[in-house]
Design a protein around this ligand. Structure first.
Ligand code: GAP
Length: 499
């Protein structure tokens, strides 16, 4: 079984309408994608796995806050001042490029991984300009030399209300609504620290050059959890229970800031979370615990342990709100892609909202009045979806089509149900079985269209692990064939054995 390239996934996604460029008949607006029926079911399953683990599993709560906010909220959060990327605009044809990504992709194409990693870590405008000049980087559209670099704010704005209205912005992360509502929810629900408040929803960024489908979008979904805690409390309590230090023995694939600066080309080494804290890579125990949960989430949804790592962000890369960031990155194309960001946001956000809104953001936890600190774990849902699919697309020698091998938790349907051929008796029998499975809460994909071979190809390519075929023997003895996508082997089972 060979793993297929992202290019094969792009073709498969188009062929089976897993994702679609938004507004396609009108031409493309970069960075906007729709999900088709299969894609949405897979995305929902990832979201549900997140909810089961990070909300229900940890005794946390979930909220839903607005997408548009007034200007002052994003002044307080620092996004209006700091949320910028380096841009270069071609002086001839006016095409714009995000410079760090342009350089990274330029070196990756040349097979120079070290230079690509160096480019990804640049932070200062003159450094970018020198790299463009030294490598004679040209506009991809017209071939003109690119040289001048500036910064560009990624906030998307809108006007709220008639006659010009007031200035509003589309949120660039779901987190701010959580910070703003925190005190109210904590007090009115009688919560105790530490407590996580989560949110799943859309975020918007006016990306300079949206690229690589769901990797860099302008409208995308996040699943974020803000974990509020007392920084002076050494005991770690999750879901009302003290967590034993055993989890600190967990090994994770890790690359430190120093190892990246040394630019040796290594992917990662295995360290324990305990060592990560001792050496100062991991800011605190709660942070380490969220890394532990993140690792198990990645395994749960189907990533292979060797396919992802934790990367300590370099000081220059740290977002304006952070006192320490570690990303979860998974193998994608030739390198690693950031899927999850874990950040020690301290009391930065609550304190800034306190300052700008002039409302007290402190809470009373037991006897103590404090403004809590926050560790955030932020998941990019679309990237998780896309990179999981790119790690799951395979080809075997016996089949002409691709295979999407997803685990039962994430697969869009557990079973496809196919009558062997277009015969009323078989269709009726298959429909009866299909209805029974649906009634029992088993989701199925029912299809009569095309030859049985073509339908097997369809379920293999859409990540459905099992296909049930109803044939003439089914009518006689109530047995069906169940074909497994992983190895295309078939077995004969009684209808009642299907669960
Ligand atoms: N609240 C923190 C925050 O937003 P981030 O690292 O900027 O942190 C979190 O974003 C996650 O959101 C990333 O790890 C990534 O998976 C996803 N993400 C960020 N920008 C994205 C984009 N333009 N398109 C798709 N996903 C994106």
């Amino acid at each position: 079984m060979d793993k297929q390239s992202t290019e094969a996934l792009v073709n498969l996604a188009a062929r089976r309408s897993i994702i679609l460029p938004a507004f396609a008949p009108y031409g493309e607006l970069g960075g906007f994608y729709d999900y088709g029926p299969i894609g949405l079911r897979v995305r929902n399953n990832i979201e549900n796995a997140w909810r089961a683990q990070f909300i229900e599993g940890m005794g946390n709560v979930e909220i839903d806050t607005t997408i548009i906010g007034p200007e002052i909220v994003f002044e307080a959060s620092g996004h209006l001042g700091n949320f910028k990327d380096p841009i270069t605009v071609c002086s001839k044809c006016k095409t714009s490029y995000r410079v760090d990504k342009l350089l990274e992709e330029f070196f990756m194409k040349k097979g120079d991984k070290k230079a690509a990693e160096k480019a990804a870590k640049l932070a200062k405008i003159p450094e970018f300009e020198d790299m463009l000049k030294d490598n004679h980087i040209k506009c991809e559209k017209c071939g003109n030399m690119l040289h001048k670099v500036e910064t560009f704010n990624l906030m998307l704005n809108t006007k709220v209300g008639p006659m010009g209205g007031t200035q509003g912005y589309l949120r660039p992360e779901t987190a701010q609504g959580i910070f703003i509502d925190f005190k109210n929810i904590f007090r009115n629900l009688g919560l105790k620290l530490p407590i996580g408040i989560g949110q799943v929803g859309k975020a918007f960024r006016n990306e300079i050059s949206p690229r690589r489908l769901l990797i860099r979008m302008r409208e995308f979904s996040q699943m974020e959890l803000e974990y509020f805690f007392d920084p002076e409390e050494s005991k770690l309590v999750i879901n009302n229970e003290e967590v034993s230090d055993k989890f600190l023995k967990e090994k994770v694939n890790f690359i430190t800031g120093e190892q990246q600066r040394a630019n040796t080309g290594m992917d990662f080494e295995q360290i324990t979370l305990e060592k990560g804290i001792k050496e100062g890579y991991i800011p605190n125990k709660l942070f380490a615990y969220l890394m532990y949960e993140a690792k198990h989430f990645m395994l749960n949804i189907g990533f292979d342990e060797k396919s992802f790592r934790f990367r300590q962000q370099l000081t220059d890369e740290l977002p304006h709100y952070s006192k320490g960031n570690i990303d979860v990155e998974a193998r994608h194309d030739e390198g690693f892609e950031e899927l999850i960001g874990i950040a020690y946001r301290t009391d930065f956000d609550l304190k800034n909202h306190e300052k700008f809104s002039k409302s007290d953001m402190s809470i009373v936890n037991g006897e103590k009045k404090l403004v809590p600190h926050v560790v955030e774990i932020s998941f990019g849902l679309d990237r998780l979806f896309w990179v999981l699919l790119s790690n799951s697309i395979h080809k075997d020698k016996t089949r002409e089509w691709d295979l999407l091998l997803l685990n039962d938790r994430i697969a869009p349907y557990r079973y496809a149900v196919y009558p062997l051929q277009k015969d009323e008796k078989l269709i009726e029998k298959a429909m009866e079985l299909n209805k029974k499975l649906n009634k029992d809460g088993i989701p199925t994909f029912f299809s009569v269209t095309g030859s049985i071979g073509k339908r097997y190809a369809k379920s293999d390519e859409t990540g459905i692990p099992n296909a049930i075929t109803v044939d003439y023997q089914t009518i006689e003895d109530g047995t069906v064939t169940v074909r497994h996508a992983s190895d295309s082997k078939q077995e004969r089972l009684k209808e009642s054995e299907i669960a």
